[in-house]
Design a protein around this ligand. Structure first.
Ligand SMILES: [Ca+2]
Length: 154
């Protein structure tokens, strides 16, 4: 059986059962942050559960950051928030808006996360970002410990 671990760049932390995350600390606008993630074989984090939101909160608190880009936006500028892969936000498993958000009807089309929830903001704003990739399904059959072992050997 051929095992191909996902691409991995430096600095990703593994959270068992959830995935690999990295806090990209340099502030970028949404498009640049998204491209930087893609170049690392990852994507802006898409939060699928409270547990995953907790992971992001921990990462922010460790770095003492308030706000990060995550992988959702309003691509048609009509308040139909979707992930960067096109899934409606309310189907992701985590769509808890921060109190008062979203509030940027005519000008805030990109999505952020902070420990109080999700928000919309101008895409030209610059923030750190959380990059994520999840173990490939074929590899998860082998168990996450095995995958972590493979990656630790790279
Ligand atoms: Ca807002």
């Amino acid at each position: 059986m051929e095992v191909l671990p996902p691409q991995r760049s430096e600095g990703y932390e593994f959270f068992p059962g959830i995935g690999y995350y990295k806090l990209h600390t340099a502030s970028e606008n949404f498009v640049n942050a998204s491209n930087i993630c893609r170049n690392e074989g990852a994507h802006l984090a898409i939060i699928n559960s409270e547990e995953e939101a907790t992971v992001l909160t921990k990462m922010l608190q460790k770095g003492e950051y308030d706000i990060v880009w995550v992988g959702f936006h309003d691509p048609r500028k009509n308040r139909d928030f979707r992930t960067i892969f096109g899934t409606p936000l309310n189907e992701t498993g985590f769509s808890k808006w921060k109190k008062g958000q979203p509030d940027g009807a005519s000008k805030q089309f990109c999505g952020y996360f902070d420990p109080e929830g999700l928000g919309d903001v101008e895409c030209e704003a610059t923030f750190p970002s959380v990059m994520n990739f999840k173990p490939l399904p074929t590899l998860s059959l082998l168990g996450t410990n095995y995958l972590a072992f493979i990656l630790s050997m790279m």
